[in-house]
Design a protein around this ligand. Structure first.
Ligand code: ATP
Ligand code: MG
Length: 232
């Protein structure tokens, strides 16, 4: 089985890597493919360029044999829809696919393009923190929930598993916020990635070019990033 880990990875951090490793080991996946998205359809656009995000993922996965970088979404024009990515993966690989999502990403899952078709091509694993209260699921999804990893054996696709993994309270938004204040990203991600961010002045260049106006001191980071881009 192949794990599919999508995200903006702006930047990639230990929250992504640790949960991917735990899912990989618990499900005995042959590999986990990290797929940075080009144009996320459901959220604000990434701050770092596609090339920088790709490079950071490459650096992050280089020492884990099961982890692979997959740049297919960056090579594709237009919005990065998971259903298109899975179609392309299924055409390339014979193994069953496991789409890996964090609990926050899963909350919007039933608004994704052709989301039911995704479950015709893959199983879905939602990695959640121990004691996580499952969201109320519509009946179409509820009937697909399996209690454990063995539940994936009965069919090649279409099952949904909530798997408890060690949760690290790290978010890329927080890392970008810290960088805006010229703080280090070290120890929140592999050292090579933090060094790459430092060397290339990622995320803090906006701060150097633009002083954060007083009225924006408490502004949500996404709004602030937009303000800086628009006025930069
Ligand atoms: P941002 O803060 O910009 O939204 P992020 O840290 O949430 O970034 P994403 O690229 O949005 O990272 O997330 C990619 C995938 O990784 C999603 O499925 C998300 O749920 C999951 N994820 C993000 N942070 C963590 C974490 N700390 N632990 C486990 N999974 C995570
Ligand atoms: Mg996120």
């Amino acid at each position: 089985m192949i794990g599919i880990m999508g995200g903006t990875f702006d930047p990639i951090h230990f929250g992504h890597l640790r949960s991917a490793l735990e899912v990989c080991e618990r499900l005995s996946l042959s590999q986990v493919r990290f797929i940075p998205c080009k144009v996320p359809p459901h959220r604000a656009q990434p701050m770092a360029s596609p090339e920088d995000r790709l490079k950071m993922v490459a650096l992050a996965v280089q020492n884990t044999p099961e982890f692979r970088l997959d740049d297919r979404e960056l090579r594709r024009e237009g919005a990065s829809y998971s259903v298109d990515t899975l179609t392309s993966l299924c055409a390339e690989f014979d193994e069953p696919m496991i789409l890996m999502l964090g609990a926050d990403a899963f909350l919007g899952f039933n608004h994704w393009k052709n989301w039911r078709a995704i479950l015709e091509m893959a199983h879905v694993v939602v990695s959640c923190r121990p004691g996580y209260k499952f969201p109320k699921l519509e009946s179409w999804l509820k009937g697909r929930v399996v209690d454990n990893v063995e539940g994936f054996q009965s069919s090649r696709t279409g099952k949904l598993l909530f798997l408890e993994v060690t949760q690290l309270a790290i978010s890329a938004t927080d890392i970008r916020r810290q960088r805006l204040e010229s703080l280090s990203a070290r120890y929140l991600m592999p050292l090579e990635v933090a060094d790459y961010i430092d060397k290339n002045n990622l995320y803090c260049h906006l701060f150097q070019k633009n002083k954060i106006p007083k009225e924006h001191k408490n502004t949500n980071i996404i709004d602030l990033e937009h303000h800086l881009v628009l006025n930069g």
